[in-house]
Design a protein around this ligand. Structure first.
Ligand code: PHE
Length: 350
């Protein structure tokens, strides 16, 4: 083999040994066997050779060309094999004993409704806050104008931990922290406090078609100068009409909660029975969806906000109720049951 051919062969072998990717392999294939490749170029040198020399050199180059092509095919197979091995190693192990008709998972109806509400409120400039499920007595009651031994505590019996903390009985337990977080921006920069905070709540109560010991709420607050009940009604109507994609009927009744004054119960007509009466609406035709009201001055004060200067509204939207109405779930217990029969109905609803 001539020195020149030997040199090209060696350079090729060196380059090939460093190849790890398919694209690089293709590059050196072109570099060596392409129209202007090193191997092809060798043939051009034949011009200056004698007839006899041409014959041997030509054969030599052809042999080299075949060797190069074979080596490239081999390398290609090797790279493909490695790729498959890599993909297999990344595949989750699967259990052959699982039922064969597994479908895609889905979001829980409450999650779906929660996200829809969040989107609507975000579009109206509300921040979405997260809050713990275990809270203190202060957060859940005292900061909300419900002192120890106040009879209003009977409305919300919950589960207590041995250290005195408790599972929050309502999302209002986050109000105090929210006021404290945003009060400086309110006072110094004139930025209204607008926040919603969804969360899981717990109450020690007997369950039936419309009561659960574990349920979801979404609290919302807005505090600024000159906030009134009209602002509250506007936000609630806008949000509910968006969620249900139609103008829904609402009514406000007076309601008592120590942390709002005045306080209301916002009801919407039962979408399951259309107002006729069914177990979900306790045969009244209305569903209690959203207690609300103007934030009590003491509650603002406790959050570090001067009630002489600022007012605000708060509401506690029943996300679980909302999901039941939106999706026609008749029994609240189905939502916590983990039953795939109930949940799989929501697979296609993103
Ligand atoms: N936290 C109250 C409850 O769960 C609801 C509520 C929230 C009432 C905000 C008024 C204002 O019963």
């Amino acid at each position: 083999m001539s020195a020149k051919t030997q040199e090209v062969k060696q350079a090729f072998l060196d380059a090939l040994s460093k190849i790890e990717k398919m694209e690089d392999l293709e590059k050196i294939r072109v570099e060596y066997t392409g129209k202007k490749g090193y191997v092809t170029e060798l043939l051009k040198e034949m011009k200056s050779l004698s007839h006899e020399e041409k014959k041997t050199f030509g054969q030599e180059v052809n042999v080299l060309k075949n060797e190069v092509n074979d080596a490239i095919s081999q390398k290609r197979e090797e790279l493909e094999r490695k790729q498959i091995e890599l993909e297999n190693s990344l595949m989750p192990e699967f259990d052959i004993s699982m039922p064969a008709d597994l479908k895609r998972g889905s979001y829980h109806p409450i999650t779906l409704v929660q996200r829809q509400c969040e989107e609507v409120f975000k579009s109206m400039g509300f921040a979405v806050e997260d809050y713990s499920e275990i809270v203190t007595d202060y957060e859940c009651f005292e900061a909300l104008n419900i002192p120890k031994d106040h009879p209003a505590r009977d409305m919300q019996d919950t589960y207590y931990l041995e250290n005195g903390q408790l599972l929050k009985s309502h999302t209002s337990a986050a109000q105090n922290a929210i006021y404290k977080k945003y009060k400086d921006a309110l006072v110094n920069e004139g930025k209204a406090i607008k926040a919603i905070f969804p969360g899981r709540c717990f109450r020690n109560e007997a369950t039936d078609a419309c009561h659960e010991n574990t349920f979801f709420q979404m609290e919302g607050v807005m505090v600024d100068k000159d906030i009134s009940i009209s602002n509250l009604i506007f936000f609630m109507k806008t949000m509910l009409s968006e969620v249900f994609q139609k103008d829904i009927k609402v009514r406000l009744r007076p309601g008592f909660f120590p942390f709002v004054e005045p306080g209301f119960e916002l009801d919407i007509s039962c979408l399951i029975c259309g107002g006729e009466g069914c177990p979900s609406c306790k045969h009244s035709g209305w569903l209690e969806l959203c207690p609300c009201g103007m934030i009590h001055p003491r509650v603002l004060e406790e959050g570090g906000i001067d009630p002489e200067e600022y007012t605000g509204f708060a509401f506690g939207l029943g996300l679980t109720r909302l999901a039941m109405m939106k999706y026609g779930v008749k029994d609240i217990r189905d939502l916590n049951s983990g039953s795939l029969k109930t949940l799989s109905q929501f697979t296609d609803d993103k």
